[in-house]
Design a protein around this ligand. Structure first.
Ligand code: XMP
Length: 518
């Protein structure tokens, strides 16, 4: 792989994704990794990420200097560029001339592998206070800006390179080209990582892990569990059985998509457990969001355990192997964020429905553990899954249950399901469903407002639209949907959904607002 060293900012995951967009497999590692550990991983190249610190700040993230002597091609970015500079005998100074945002860069040497073929004048994204004032001995300077004499450098003999700007950010005009030059030209790494290879590799791995064992997988209707199940099915066929829990908090058409479209595309053996009544009863009168989450999580696990117990009984009766394996749709960001790959703090601690208790005696199969969401989508498409599933927007495990502000009843669920279906239909008719990250539709069940419809006064409920744009749900901005689209949605909801007389738009970014209302 190519190792992306995480110096603690949000950039490492983005770099790792860009490297993969160049068809090279990447892995994120903590900056505390030692030269011996790096050598053991035998990487084809290393990229040092940006970071929040100054190299002179107290507690600034450190880096084992011996790694520079392993003979592995290294690209330092921003903070990583400065770490490389100071470690190898150059100088980093607090010039007082910081650069933030889009900045004109002058490329003075495009004969070098790193900036080969790049225009002399270009715009790049900067975010730094300190600057490299002197390149280390043996390094030539490749670019500068009006405030930074050394904005990029290279030592071709040692295959060490650095840029002050952020090539991984889309605002850097030729950023992806810098990364590709480093990977392909400077480090000589072939562009041979793609979804076809990933599928073949995972299929082989799953077959080796499972043998003739039996595997169970909970489908949620979301992208991750669907692609994970499809991959496992490709590897082991009918040794896999999928369980789909209909808890009644699903969106319109979701159950049909799993039961018909997904099954048709994959041939998976599916058991649906209909527990809509049970969930309604368990949730009766509950309006506190965290209590709702706990109840939904608990009931979900119980349902899943019962379904699994029945399958085990069934297998025993027919003398089949017992079910020993459980598929989980864990993605790479979850692995990285829970400390599995970096020093970044665990920020997200959502209770994920489908998360299972620790005492379940299963061995886990996690075929998506090394992948980012967009890669999972590509693999799903390659496996022949329908676009409605593969391109589906994120939807929380507790479903519509946390989009009713107030307690949950059958009528409220039906009402919200109807409004949500209208919003989704209009967004996709406008061709915007892939542009936005997600658009929660929220029913303010405990709020009523006066309206006038037809000849009469109404006293109904507001529906909130929460369209957001985001890269990873950690931060988000409200999406500026076209007014005519908003008008159409508002008209349709107030006309078609009984009990709603008002549609409002949430114009809060995250932070301070979360994406969901509960
Ligand atoms: P927030 O509301 O925290 O949401 O900004 C961030 C992302 O997580 C989803 N979300 C959940 N997903 N269980 C889930 O599986 C949950 O309890 C949950 N709460 C929020 C939300 O839809 C968004 O994509």
């Amino acid at each position: 792989p190519v190792l992306v060293v995480d110096f603690g900012a949000q950039y490492a995951q983005l770099i790792a994704r860009r490297v993969r967009e160049a068809s090279v497999y990447s892995e994120i590692v903590a900056h505390s990794i030692t030269a011996a550990e790096v050598a053991e991983k035998n990487p084809l190249g290393i990229v040092l990420s940006g970071g929040p610190s100054s190299v002179y700040a107290e507690g600034a993230p450190t880096f084992d200097p011996d790694i520079f002597d392993l003979g592995i091609p290294i690209l330092g970015i921003c903070y990583g560029f400065q770490v490389m500079a100071t470690t190898l005998g150059g100088e980093v100074a607090r010039t007082g001339r910081s650069e933030y945002g889009a900045t004109p860069v002058r490329v003075t040497d495009s004969g070098n592998a790193l900036l080969a073929g790049q225009p002399a004048e270009q715009t790049a994204w900067m975010s730094h206070g300190d600057s490299v004032s002197k390149a280390p001995a043996g390094f030539s300077v490749l670019a500068s800006t009006s405030s930074t004499p050394v904005a990029a450098f290279a030592n071709d003999t040692r295959r060490l390179y650095g840029v002050q700007w952020h090539p991984e950010v889309k605002h850097s005009e030729f950023g992806q080209n810098v990364l590709e030059n480093f990977l392909h030209r400077a480090a000589g790494i072939p562009a041979d990582w793609n979804s076809g290879n990933v599928i073949a590799e995972q299929v082989a791995r799953i077959q080796a892990q499972v043998g003739t064992g039996k595997v169970i997988c909970g489908l949620s209707g979301g992208v991750d569990s669907a692609v994970a199940a499809a991959l496992v099915h490709k590897a082991i066929g009918d040794q896999l059985v999928c369980v789909f829990v209909d808890h009644g908090l699903l969106r319109q058409d979701e159950r049909r998509q799993v039961e018909e479209d997904f099954v048709k595309a994959t041939g998976v053996r599916l058991v649906t457990v209909d527990v809509r009544e049970r969930f309604l009863t368990a949730l009766e009168g509950v309006s506190d969001p965290e209590t709702k989450r706990k109840i939904i999580g608990r009931e979900f696990i119980r349902t899943f355990e019962q379904a699994q117990a029945e399958l085990i009984k069934e297998a025993a009766a027919t003398n089949e192997d017992p079910i020993r394996f459980l598929v989980q749709g864990t993605l790479y960001p979850d692995v990285v964020e829970s400390g599995g790959g970096s020093g970044t703090a665990n920020i997200k601690s959502h209770h994920n429905v489908g998360g299972l208790p620790e005492d379940l005696q299963f061995e886990l199969i996690e075929p998506l553990r090394t992948l980012f969401k967009d890669e999972v989508r590509a693999i799903g498409a390659e496996l022949g899954l329908p676009a409605e599933i593969v391109q589906r927007q994120p939807f929380p495990g507790p479903g519509l249950g946390i989009r009713i502000v107030g307690s949950i009843t059958q009528d409220r669920l039906d009402l919200l399901r109807h409004a949500d279906a209208i919003v989704r239909a209009e967004l996709s008719a406008a061709g915007l469903d892939r542009e936005i990250w997600q658009c929660p539709v929220v029913l303010l069940a405990d709020v009523r407002s006066v309206g006038v419809q037809g000849d009469g006064r109404t006293y109904g409920h507001p529906i909130v639209l929460r369209p957001v744009s985001s890269e990873d749900a950690m931060t988000a901005d409200w999406t500026r949907l076209p007014y005519d689209l908003l008008a159409r949605i508002s008209n349709r909801i107030t006309n078609e959904v009984d009990g709603v007389n008002r549609v409002v738009l949430d114009v809060t970014s995250k932070p301070p607002g979360t994406i969901e209302w509960e």
